[in-house]
Design a protein around this ligand. Structure first.
Ligand code: ZN
Length: 293
């Protein structure tokens, strides 16, 4: 059984942290009313304090269970994967590995893997096309709403219609998945959860939706615990908008530029619905850089 001084200290600490502000006053009132009685006052006091301590313990227990639950949910989603996702994941990972190993440069003269995200996305998507997948660069764009600000996001997808029973299956590929959820000054519990995410996400829309749900409710909990305001771009709606709002798909062939010979320029094939993606990418800069080289 905890001694009374320790319990009082805990209460003080708790009240200073602002968590149970009115309680100390209530407790004092109780102690005052009981202190007049000659016997059993200390027992009563200890009993009351213990009861309160138990309530604190309950909250701790609830918090512990919340994080444990998020871990289990996350693990369950990451473990389950179908053969299509597995195949696309291995092509994607191999492409990224190769680009890293070769030090592939894009027209910008930058190393694709470390510097030029837009060219990396194009290259990986192109290699997926070469491997026989209907892959494209997706650019999503959404308007602001009362809940979330407007924004846009670029990622890769594969639309698979090889299984007539399943119809069209869309697999989302995000090369910087973990970074999308990283937060400065987050709690250890939140960081532990984010660290379990793959750096490269390859999965069906439903799987992505479930991951977003888990991570965003964890972010909300984390910010609440830290008494910090959560930016609207951390909200589930915003995260979902990134990958799940209407987007323009642009297919492209790989750059094929290895080492310093950046002479081959990409010739993207664009679907009817797309605007000229090259205009949106820093491609004029790419071309200038090639000419200088
Ligand atoms: Zn580039």
């Amino acid at each position: 059984m905890a001694t009374t001084p320790a319990t009082a200290q805990q209460l003080l600490a708790a009240s200073f942290s602002g968590m149970v502000f009115g309680f100390l006053e209530d407790g004092q009132e109780f102690r005052e009313s009981y202190s007049s009685s000659s016997d059993g006052s200390q027992e009563n006091e200890a009993f009351l304090l213990d009861e309160e301590e138990e309530e604190d313990g309950d909250q701790e227990e609830k918090d512990r269970r919340f994080w444990e639950n998020q871990h289990q949910l996350l693990q369950a989603i990451l473990c389950r994967t179908n053969s299509l996702e597995t195949r696309i994941r291995s092509v994607t990972k191999e492409a990224v590995k190769e680009i890293n190993r070769e030090g592939t440069e894009c027209g910008c003269g930058k190393r694709m893997a470390s510097g030029c995200r837009s060219c990396l996305v194009r290259e990986v998507s192109g290699r997926l096309c070469n491997a026989g997948y209907n892959s494209a660069i997706c650019k999503s764009k959404w308007r602001s709403s009362p809940d979330i600000p407007s924004g846009e996001h670029t990622f890769i997808d594969v639309v698979d219609s090889s299984n007539p029973k399943k119809g069209e299956v869309r697999v989302i590929i995000e090369l910087n998945f973990r970074a999308e959820f990283e937060m400065a000054r987050a709690s250890n519990e939140y960081n532990n959860l984010v660290n379990r995410l793959p750096e490269v996400f390859v999965g069906k829309v439903e799987r992505l939706q479930n991951l977003i749900k888990i991570l965003c409710s964890a972010a909300k909990k984390c910010m609440k615990e830290k008494k910090m305001h959560m930016g609207p771009w951390r909200k589930q709606k915003y995260m979902q908008a990134k990958w799940l709002s209407p987007c323009k798909r642009t297919t492209s062939t790989p750059l094929l530029s290895v080492g310093n010979s950046g002479r081959l320029r990409p010739k993207p094939k664009e679907s009817m619905l797309t605007v000229d993606l090259l205009e949106m990418l820093p491609n004029s800069f790419c071309i200038t850089a090639v000419e200088v080289v």
